[in-house]
Design a protein. Structure first.
Length: 289
């Protein structure tokens, strides 16, 4: 555990804090990764800054063209939000796959991104939803595409002491689904997951975003597969071809949780199931524009 925990109530107070001695500060949001990592001896930082009370990081709001999701929003809040239900079907579909109800009450979506686990469910779905992420350091803001935020397993482009403040997700008319293969229903870290967001024009796919987790060092945007679907009729044959194609895009590893060959195979299976479920239900449930 750190020597000191500070708890600002606003971003202004946060940026007035002195630099942490001997290294960067660690932000404490829901603590589900940070505290368990610290207990396992994986965190040597001397100062934690508890950001759970910072009001600017809270809430989900709507602008004309997008949703703004505060980085401090809990996973359980996402599931209760009418805006998320209406506009972000892939994210909505990911939430029941995220850990357990008790963990979802603690974990934040900002912490899910900052941890940069290749298995992270929330950010995998947000990438398919075409989210940007807002970052802030000392009052200076910048916005980047979420897919460019990850630089490797557990690595991000965050600068020292930089904070994730929010995610900005466009409102676009699409169907979406998230499927995850884990060892069990609760507390299962994914062997492979897929998030699909499809903009449909009748029977045809106008545009597609496909993101996979646990099968590459960072959330993988399956661009070749998405381009294959673009302009094609969404039917079972094309879903099968897309499934074969996505297996050429992933780069899974063998670890304690699964084998590379199995993960590759299941990436195709999950994508085909996800596309088939959109064929069966998605056209009807495509969000209203
Ligand atoms: C038992 C268990 C099961 C889990 N199951 C899943 C699962 O099914 N799916 C899944 O995706 N994840 C899972 N996780 C991982 C974890 O719950 C998530 O990654 C969670 O979203 C982290 O959020 P947090 O608020 O708890 O982050 P914290 O633990 O508070 O912080 C995590 C890291 O992010 C940094 N950080 C937090 N917020 C910010 C911010 N706003 N700006 C910059 N840096 C920040 C912290 O400094 C720290 O380094 C599981 C974890 C545990 C312990």
């Amino acid at each position: 555990m750190p020597e000191l925990i500070l708890k600002p109530g606003t971003l202004k107070e946060l940026w007035l804090l002195p630099p942490a001695p001997g290294g960067s500060r660690k932000y404490l949001a829901g603590g589900t990764d940070l505290v368990s990592g610290s207990n396992a001896g994986m965190d040597a930082s001397q100062v934690w800054v508890d950001i759970s009370d910072i009001k600017e990081l809270k809430g989900i709001r709507e602008t004309k063209n997008s949703l703004i999701i505060g980085s401090g929003v809990k996973i359980s809040e996402l599931s209760g939000s009418g805006l998320i239900s209406r506009w972000l079907p892939a994210l909505r579909s990911a939430i029941p796959h995220f850990a357990s109800p008790s963990l979802r009450n603690m974990a934040t979506i900002g912490g899910n991104a900052a941890t940069a686990s290749p298995c992270a469910d929330g950010v995998c779905a947000l990438c398919a939803e075409r989210a940007d992420v807002w970052l802030e350091l000392g009052g200076k803001k910048r916005k980047i595409a979420l897919q460019n935020f990850f630089s490797g397993p557990k690595k991000t482009v965050l600068r020292r002491d930089e904070l994730i403040t929010a995610f900005e997700v466009p409102k676009w008319k699409h169907a979406g689904v998230y499927l995850k293969l884990g060892p069990r229903a609760y507390f299962g870290i994914a062997k492979a997951s897929v998030a699909v967001a499809l903009e449909l024009d009748g029977e045809k796919v106008r545009s597609a975003s496909i993101t996979l987790a646990s099968v590459s060092p960072v959330p993988l945007m399956a661009v070749k597969t998405a381009n294959y679907l673009k302009g094609r009729v969404l039917n079972y044959d094309n879903a099968r071809t897309a499934a074969a194609l996505v297996k050429t895009e992933v780069s899974p590893i063998t670890d304690a949780r699964s084998e590379a060959a199995y993960r590759r195979e299941m990436s195709g299976v999950l994508l085909e199931r996800a596309l088939n479920s959109v064929i069966l239900t998605g056209r009807m449930s495509q969000v209203a524009g």
